[in-house]
Every structure is written in structure tokens, then in C-alpha cells.
Design a protein around this ligand. Sequence first.
Ligand code: 5GP
Ligand code: MN
Length: 342
Amino acid sequence: MDKNQLEALKNLLSSPQKVVIIPHKNPDGDAIGSTLGLALYLEKLGHSCHVIAPNDYPKFLKWMPTEERIIKYDQTMKHAIDLINDATLIFTLDFNHLSRIGAMGEDVEEAKAPCVMIDHHQQPADYATYMYSDTTMSSTCEMVYHFINMLGDIKLIDQNIASCLYTGIMTDTGSFKFASTTGTTHRVAAALLDTGIDGFKIHSKIADTNSTNRMKLLGCALKNLVVLEDYKTAFISLSKEELNAHDFKKGDTEGFVNYGLSLEGIVFAVIFIEDLQDNFIKLSLRSKGDFSVNQFARNHFNGGGHDNAAGGRSDHTMEATIEKFKAILPDYKTQLYEAYED
Ligand code: 5GP
Ligand code: MN
């Protein structure tokens, strides 16, 4: 974060503020961890904080410290809008474009409070007065740790804050294995563990909560796996019928896309998931090395994200979406072959 901005923000935070903290729609471990971690920290400084998520999130995140306080915009809209209008400072975490919070974006745009962005995605929009945007960071949770450090308050990180931040770092790095994991990421994780939190338990609360239905849905997804060796690409599709047959719950398909990438020689993996409510297909894209799925998703599927992990959507049927995807691949053949060397 720019020095002048940091000083201005420090100045603002030297008197009590009415803070609203917002994660992206369909929040993941990093979004929930960073918003709760920041709220708990700012409360220690004497600010009043509300965390408002655009919508609900998976059950495996519902153990996080003070999680029950999170207001869901789509469930209590009037209350949420009142809080946004009344705020004196708004933090937007783990996203960088107001389209990522759906209808709530308009309320944030109209709010009088200045926005602080803390985020690690590519190509940030310019709605925020204070910007801490760094695409080299493993996670927004790691950035919240650095933010607290920049404000000179590392000693205020207690076990609750540490649990939140550790969770987001762990989930966004695929348990410290993705390319975004740096020495600093490990040092931050070590400092968080040194507060006395139990890393194994946190991992277990996130990962060991599978239902039988979810495991069988994974089986179904793997049966549907298609490998396009010529393009070093693998994809999975899941239809509404398949999701319903396995009593789909939010978060059940989390991580499925990574199985495609675990195949030898594959550098690009995609999962296409039919939305249960509306008529669209949600895409999750993952890659190895220099093949940018952020760019691919932006160019063709109205999405974005990071170089190696991105999302997007298609308003066509599953069949048409997959046809479109296959038709695009030849344009990327060279890039796919040059992306990654074992
Ligand atoms: P996932 O595939 O797990 O939903 O998302 C992967 C990454 O891409 C996450 O960092 C997420 O925030 C981002 N992402 C997912 N969907 C979209 C989208 O539709 N637009 C943009 N800009 N980013 C997305
Ligand atoms: Mn993140």
C-alpha cells in the first residue's frame, strides 16, 4: 500500500469509525477468513464493525470465530443497506470489481463512506479511495496480516484473528501447495500458528466434513471427466440432474476442478457446473505455469480471477458451452504447449 494512503488511513483509524466489511459473492475461506479477521482486529481498536456478505457460504466455514455475526445481504437487504449508508468506512476484501458483489455493488457505489480495497486478484477497478492490491499475494488473509503489521499492531493478533487468517491462507493456497505460496506466506502462517492455534484442527474442520452425497458427486464428476490430450486440457461437467441426484449443497463441488489438473501432462482444467436456480453455467478454471486462465475467462466467459485460478460464466446450455470451449482451444494450442515444463 502506498505510504501516503497508509498514513491517511492510519489517521482515519485513530478515531472510532462505523465500519462495514464486505467479501465477494459466494464467499470462500479466504473471503470469510479475511473479513472476520479484519473485523476482530478493528474491533480491538475500538471501531464498530459489521461484516455483510452478498449471500450465504458453505457449511464447512460455519465454525469460524464470530461467523454467526455475518449479515447476508440477500436475506436482510434493508438492514444491510442501512448499515452501508450509515458507514463511515467500507472495506472490500478478496475482490476488486463491484460486479463481484452483485446488486450490493450499487449500494456501495452510492454510499458516502470511502472504500478500502484489500485484494490479490488481477486488474483492479478504481472504485476504492485506499487501495492495497497485490497480485503476488497468496491470499487476502495474508494481506490482512501484512496490513495489521503495517499499522504496527502485530501484537493484537490473538487466536481468533489467527484462526481466521490461517484458514484463508490455507484454503487459497490449497494447503500451501499452489505457486502463489512464498517463503513469506509460510512465515506469516508460522507467526499465526505461534499464537497457539491448532493447524491440524483447522484443516480438519475445513476438509474432513464430507457428506456421503458429496463423495458420490465427486465420483460422478470423475466419471464425466474428458481429457483432450492434444490440448493438455481436461474438463468435467455436472448437470442440474446430477447435482440434484446427490442432494447438492453449497460448497460440494469445491476443489473438484483440481482433479483434472492432477493428470500427468495436463496444464489446463475446467469444470462446468449448471446453476440450480438460474439458466447459466458456472465455470471454474485452473492452470499450471504461464497459461493465464484469468485472461482466458475474461476473453471468452465473462469472468476473471488469477493467472492460475479463475472463474467465469456462460449463458448457453451445457452442450453449447462445451462446444464453444472446444472450438476456442485450437487458438491456444501453442500457449498450452509452452505453458509449463515439468
Ligand atoms: P472459483 O473457480 O474457485 O470460483 O474461483 C477461482 C478464482 O477466480 C477466485 O479467486 C475467484 O474470486 C475468482 N472468480 C471466480 N468467478 C469469477 C468471476 O465470475 N469473475 C471474476 N472476475 N473472478 C472470478
Ligand atoms: Mn482470495
